[in-house]
Design a protein around this ligand. Structure first.
Ligand code: C2E
Ligand code: CA
Ligand code: CA
Length: 572
């Protein structure tokens, strides 16, 4: 434009009529030859109408009127009058070229002619681009539902595969087929069938992130690609969650033309890299897994690989069992002594959850707590844990073990519950125990997640008299500046550092400096996972305050713990 007519500043405004008439403004300062800046503004319907009526040009002077938003970027540079050239395609203003001048200007007829001619050329180029966009859309999107078709699916899956290969990440392909679609089509007609498919596409899209792809292969077959999982466990857990959500979406009737239609779906899942390396392989194998789901009575999902299927099934079974474990009284708290290093006397107990599974026997918390956390079951279960541990603490207190503190582990989800503080207050009041016999352990990563929030919560508990320790210390990334703000009593050194403390020089150095650091911040230090006399001696030498580990005792039942308490000193 600058080669044809002279101006001081220029901007190109692109109007997105589909987005509440937002417009994107690309401005260039011709004088300073500056790079283009981008800005967004709203375009009012009055301004829009004015452009539509004056399709040739509008001459605007800053002194005469309030400027429309799309001219503000030029004004900011110093322009006082403007030539506005609308670009109209198919009776819609799709863009505007705006020229800005630093001084008042009388535009000649020739000037208008030349700049309008340029704007018209831009219009032709834009309409060609939009036509090409339309052609692309027709070739890559399903005409009925508007979601990607098989061609685009393969394209996107191909890209995901390339990325996954580079990043060693995982992908899941879900093949979804409606269970009674032929029946709907035959009995209610194709129009209803088509509307149902559109509604299905909508419902399926609802559960996806923007980076996932949903497509319709044809007929009543849909494929979803979910990518960028870091490990197989994550991919399995998110994929089953999505598959469950999809089945749940189908459990609600579809309302089509005021008629309720019930339709279920069968889902087959194939994962990269285990179930295939190419797009074709993955789609084919998810398809055959889908047939497997049909043969299993429809309205369910199946993984292509038998192993994954078994794991998914086991998780589902475990989840179902966990839902009832609380009611059936299958949970039990074990207690592990915390021992004062100098006197070798028991000063505390950490409550550790055990699940007495009717068939599997005693299941360790590592196997089921993450699942409880994921499905939200941790909330009711941990309420039971706090209640039970507090009752026990009170009981031991009443029996004369006055200096014993009982520690409860708080899971990340639980720690972030807004009503946690109130619940704990209620429990303490109800039981009538003194709050300073209770301690909470949260892991370093839980504390660091939303630091200010975490500090505020811990502060309130601390003012109530409850102790706090930072569990698994050394495995997260506490910044020192935050650490000093933590209202905690104790740092609990993670067992991974203790394990090789007497053979690994670096671990010994880390532990030593944690003890020094903690003491200078006025925290106590406890080491967990202490199994040998050598480890104990080292920790005692460097001034570690408390010790927990198999050397003294594993976690034990209430009766055994009470027994330990009545001796209350471990031999030298
Ligand atoms: P944690 O809080 O770090 O608990 C310490 C784990 O180390 C316990 O495993 C304990 O039995 C084990 N341990 C203790 N001494 C030694 C030792 O000398 N050597 C070795 N190798 N291990 C030792 P456990 O009971 O299986 O619990 C595992 C994790 O499960 C706990 O780690 C905690 O994160 C979680 N957990 C346990 N009970 C609860 C609970 O009631 N609530 C919540 N939210 N999490 C719990
Ligand atoms: Ca712990
Ligand atoms: Ca720990």
């Amino acid at each position: 434009m600058n080669d044809i007519v002279s101006q001081d500043y220029i901007s190109m405004v692109v109007i997105k009529s589909s987005h509440n008439n937002a417009c994107y403004i690309y401005t260039r300062n011709e004088l300073a030859k500056e790079m283009i800046t981008v800005d967004t503004q709203e375009i009012t319907s009055l301004e829009y109408q004015r452009l539509l009526v004056n399709q040739n040009y509008i001459y605007v002077c800053d002194y005469q009127q309030i400027l429309p938003g799309y001219l503000l970027s030029l004004k900011k540079l110093g322009a006082v009058c403007f030539l506005v050239l609308p670009i109209v395609l198919k009776e819609e203003v799709s863009a505007i070229i705006c020229l800005g001048y630093r001084s008042l200007l009388t535009v000649s007829e020739e000037y208008i002619f030349l700049s309008r001619d340029f704007a018209n050329r831009v219009a032709v180029a834009l309409s060609k681009a939009s036509w090409e966009e339309q052609l692309y859309h027709m070739a890559h999107y399903d005409a009925l539902t508007g979601i990607p078709n098989r061609l685009l699916l393969k394209d996107r899956l191909q890209q995901s595969l390339a990325r996954a290969e580079r990043q060693n990440s995982f992908i899941a392909v879900l093949f979804i087929d409606l269970d009674r679609f032929k029946y709907v089509n035959d009995s209610l007609g194709h129009v209803i069938g088509d509307l149902l498919l559109c509604e299905v596409a909508q419902r399926l899209s609802r559960n996806l992130r923007s980076e996932d792809t949903i497509s319709r292969l044809g007929g009543d077959e849909f494929v979803i690609v979910i990518s960028q999982f870091e490990n197989i466990k994550e991919s399995l857990s998110i994929t089953t969650k999505i598959a469950n959500k999809i089945l749940a979406e189908f459990s609600m009737p579809f309302n089509i033309n005021n008629r309720e239609i019930f339709s279920t779906a069968s889902i087959g899942i194939a994962c990269y890299p285990s179930d295939g390396q190419t797009t074709d392989e993955l789609i084919k194998n998810s398809d055959s897994a889908m047939y497997h789901a049909k043969s299993k009575g429809k309205n369910n999902y199946q993984f292509y690989s038998k192993i994954l299927n078994d794991v998914a099934l086991e998780r589902l079974e475990m989840e179902n069992n966990l839902r009832y474990a609380l009611e059936r009284g299958e949970f039990e708290l074990y207690y592990q002594p915390k021992v004062e290093t100098r006197s070798k006397r028991i000063c505390g107990a950490e409550a550790l959850l055990r699940w007495n599974h009717p068939q599997k026997g005693r299941v360790s918390p590592g196997q089921f707590i993450p699942l409880c956390e994921e499905v939200g079951l941790i909330i009711p279960i941990s309420e039971w844990i706090i209640h039970t541990a507090c009752m026990q603490a009170k009981h031991w207190q009443d029996r004369g073990f006055l200096s014993l503190t009982v520690a409860v582990n708080l899971s990340p989800l639980q720690f972030r519950q807004p009503d946690l503080i109130q619940k704990v207050k209620n429990i303490i009041d109800e039981i009538g125990m003194t709050a300073n016999r209770l301690e909470f352990e949260i892991t370093e990563s839980t504390a660091m997640e939303d630091i200010d929030e975490a500090i505020a919560t811990m502060d309130i508990f601390k003012r109530m008299g409850i102790f706090f320790s930072i569990d698994d210390f050394g495995t997260g990334y506490s910044s020192l500046s935050y650490l000093k703000r933590f209202p905690v009593n104790t740092l609990k050194i993670d067992q991974s550092f203790i394990r090789n403390i007497h053979i690994n020089f670096e671990d010994a150095a880390i532990v030593k400096s944690i003890v020094t650091l903690a003491h200078s911040l006025k925290f106590a230090v406890i080491a967990e996972g202490v199994e040998t006399k050598e480890q104990f001696d080292f920790l005692k030498d460097i001034g570690c305050d408390e010790i927990q580990g198999y050397l003294f005792s594993p976690p034990v039942s209430v009766d055994e713990f009470t027994n330990l308490l009545s001796h209350n000193k471990f031999d030298d």
